[in-house]
Design a protein around this ligand. Structure first.
Ligand code: HEC
Length: 231
């Protein structure tokens, strides 16, 4: 091949890389954009933007663990548990490893497995592993028990945690009862909460229908909530 052909091939390759880079960048730009930013710009807000924001809410917008348990799946949880097997066993009579053996952990005293040298941080918590405690621990171990020696960042997705909790509970000689889901939040309450959360108390004041008629849940044609348009 002469020099000229090499140059042409080189440019073709370069163009391909640039095109790929551009695709990645635009993809990140759109997925990273949230509904609020979208509204602030006063632009077109495709529905998937709002959905992504609603689904990937921050910690304070999360529902209680019982909400996610209602749709949890232990088979998915078994898959999530692969993130734990480097340090933990789950089989009955399993050995302690880097972390304590986890068979039967749900309902057991926190830091209570025989023969494991727990950190003072975890020993200091007290109580037993309820659904709520385990959910909070696995969300961010270092926040739940600052100074813990479990070096695991945590699971940010509440549904993933619920799946895992159900799996842990199934690997237990005396499993806990699964709690009933919380009562559904009515549209008015949800809208009022949203408004307050945004520091947008004015919206609730100006819209008496948001406060009246608590209990009537209006659903949109797609089964979603019919949140009134912001003025
Ligand atoms: C890098 C190793 C490591 C990984 C990965 C890890 N853990 Fe741990 N885990 C530990 C250690 C170490 C402790 C003891 C913590 C302490 O004493 O502060 C622990 C403690 C625990 C406890 C408390 C048990 C008891 O008897 O009170 C639970 C529950 C637990 N881990 C669950 C999990 C789950 C579920 C995962 C996967 C999502 C996981 N861990 C991932 C190392 C790990």
């Amino acid at each position: 091949m002469d020099n000229r052909n090499n140059t042409i091939a080189g440019w073709a390759l370069f163009a391909g890389i640039v095109a790929l880079g551009a695709t990645i960048v635009t993809g990140e730009y759109f997925s990273g954009k949230d509904a609020e930013a979208c509204e602030d710009e006063g632009g077109y807000c495709p529905s998937y933007v709002a959905e992504a924001t609603a689904g990937g809410g921050e910690a304070e917008e999360e529902m209680p663990v019982s909400f996610y348990l209602a749709t949890a799946d232990a088979t998915r949880g078994e898959n999530v548990f692969k993130k734990c097997t480097a340090c933990h066993t789950i089989a009955p009579g399993g050995a302690n490893g880097i972390g304590p053996a986890l068979y039967g952990v749900m309902g057991n005293p926190i830091a209570g497995h025989a023969g494991f040298a727990y950190s003072d941080a975890l020993k200091g918590i007290g109580g037993t592993w309820t659904w709520e405690e385990m959910d909070a621990w696995l969300a961010r171990p270092a926040r739940y028990a600052p100074g813990t020696k479990m070096s695991f960042a945590g699971l940010g997705d509440p549904q993933e945690r619920a799946d895992l909790l159900l799996y842990l509970n199934q690997n237990d000689g005396s499993p806990l009862a699964v709690p009933p889901p919380p009562p559904p939040v009515s549209e008015e309450e949800a809208a009022a909460e949203d408004a307050a959360a945004e520091g947008d108390a004015q919206l609730a004041e100006d819209s008496p229908e948001l406060e009246a008629g608590v209990g009537e849940v209006a659903e949109g044609p797609d089964g979603g909530l019919n949140v009134p348009e912001k003025q």
